[in-house]
Write a protein that binds this ligand. Sequence first.
Ligand SMILES: [Fe+2]
Ligand SMILES: [Fe+2]
Length: 238
Amino acid sequence: MAHNQCTRRQMLQTGCSAAAAIMLAGCASPSGPPALAGGSGVGEEKENEQVTPGEDLMREHGALGRILLIYQVCQRRLQGGQNLPEGLLAGQAMLIRRFVEDYHERNEEQYVFPVLEKAAQAELVRTLLAQHQAGRVMTDHILASAQVGCQGPARQQAIDAIGQFLAMYFPHMFREDTIAFPAFQKALPLEQYRRLGEALEDREQQVLGKEGFEHAVEQVAAAEKTLGIYELAQFTPR
Ligand SMILES: [Fe+2]
Ligand SMILES: [Fe+2]
């Protein structure tokens, strides 16, 4: 997997075709990761900023996973007859729509799934695609319930839709992390993988704006703080 450590950011940051060629040669080496550029502090810093397309998709899953944990808390509170902080569920459902459905999943559908289909993973792709579509319907239901404050029949509708969403998305993203993305990485030639990385970078700017991922994580963290689940140490057994 060492060859895939070479990324669009590394290539863009070199700003030099000769350097890029050297980088690519280093990345193609089966013996290990490419040597750090230069050895200067600046070069090392740039190396640390590298994100491959696979890493991009997986860290997006990390943000999605945190939203799923927020959904879990919301569902439990609704089941217990409690009201949710105003706007919190709608805000997270909108984040799912914008960050997960309209960005992350569109990238998977446009760039990852066609490669997987050619790599004898057509059945897996069919299932993942059907789950993306089902997820969008569940988000519609969650948003509709949240917009009326989960009051009356909307409370049970939210509980059910969140339950279905959680039951589907944990296995969905774990299957992508362990089967789909590794198969995708293996199937794609290095040069195509590099170009895909650049395309993803452009799309991130277009769809989410500058530092779109970081802003999504900030929104997640704010909701966690509101719900009292932000401090990680609270989950350590005492
Ligand atoms: Fe997916
Ligand atoms: Fe995904």
